[in-house]
Design a protein around this ligand. Structure first.
Ligand SMILES: NC(=O)c1ccc[n+]([C@@H]2O[C@H](COP(=O)([O-])OP(=O)(O)OC[C@H]3O[C@@H](n4cnc5c(N)ncnc54)[C@H](O)[C@@H]3O)[C@@H](O)[C@H]2O)c1
Length: 261
């Protein structure tokens, strides 16, 4: 776990846009990027939480629905107008609603809503960020996918999984296409993370938690700070040769056959 008081300062003067900044992985990343010296632009539909995150990071809050093209364009413009560059885009906002379940039970409305928030949003954010980065000749884009983009689950959330597969393939393609413009694009693939959503779900249903924990070699869920540390690495020049990857931060889940007892 990372104590941000002792982190290095790899991002001094860089401008980072973080979507889904008000909670969970986004919030931990806002704190980490600010601790490393970045100007952080916090985007969220939740005005109260997004503002609180920006205040904590002494950054800028832009209320943004990431499914709205005009709002996403305005977000990246605000970042550029305020700080003079767009160096890092952490396209992270996402949802995992209960009506997205087995393909047999998931309706078209739920399917489309999840695709819009999890996948179309990443398309819109990359489309808005890349022109600024091309003009600068550098930039790092980190799109939040998931380990479920790589592995199948019998406990299905079909649209979520398909959306994250899309994020992974899109990130790879953009990383290849824009590599010679100095832009790196990576998909971040976290394993299950100890966020309020997950805690609430598993507190109500310990069997459900146990069914998942058995597959994790390290025997616990990730903390948001551990995911934020990976984002900071991908955002920084320390990862200058890391591009177009499915960057797993999963405690070994994707590598496991039999786990320790
Ligand atoms: N928590 C996990 O176990 C886990 C694992 C792998 C991947 N992920 C992914 O990580 C990302 C963040 O997840 P989290 O657990 O921190 O979730 P979270 O629910 O704690 O935070 C998500 C944030 O996104 C915001 N948001 C939702 N819809 C939005 C929209 N249309 N426009 C702007 N903001 C919006 C919410 O208001 C919230 O602040 C998601 O993409 C999620 O799929 C999470």
């Amino acid at each position: 776990m990372t104590d941000t008081s002792s982190v290095c300062r790899r991002l001094v003067g860089r401008t980072a846009v973080v979507t889904g900044a008000g909670s969970g992985i986004g919030l931990a990343t806002v704190r980490r990027l600010a601790a490393e010296g970045a100007h952080v632009v916090c985007a969220d539909v939740d005005e109260e939480r997004g503002k609180a995150a920006a205040e904590e990071a002494a950054g800028l809050f832009v209320r943004t629905d990431v499914t709205d093209a005009a709002e996403v364009d305005a977000l990246f413009k605000a970042a550029h107008d305020t700080y003079g560059s767009v160096d890092i885009a952490f396209n992270n906002a996402g949802i995992s609603p209960p009506d997205d379940d087995s393909i047999l039970d998931t309706g078209l409305e739920a399917w489309k809503r999840v695709q819009e928030v999890n996948l179309t949003s990443v398309y819109l954010c990359c489309k808005a960020a890349i022109p600024y980065m091309r003009a600068q000749g550098k930039g790092s884009i980190i799109n939040t996918a998931s380990f479920v983009a790589r592995m199948g689950a019998a406990t299905s959330q079909i649209s979520y999984t398909a959306s994250k597969g899309g994020v992974l393939a899109m990130s790879r393609e953009l990383g290849v296409q824009f590599a010679r413009d100095g832009i790196r694009v990576n998909a971040l693939c976290p394993g299950p993370v100890n966020t309020p959503l997950l805690q609430e779900l598993f507190a109500k249903d310990p069997e459900r938690a146990a069914r998942r924990l058995i597959h994790i070699p390290v025997g616990r869920f990730a903390e948001p700070t551990e995911i934020a540390a990976a984002v900071a690495f991908l955002a920084s020049d320390d990862s200058s040769f890391v591009n177009a990857t499915d960057f797993l931060v999963d405690g070994g889940i994707a590598g496991a056959y039999v786990t320790p007892v």
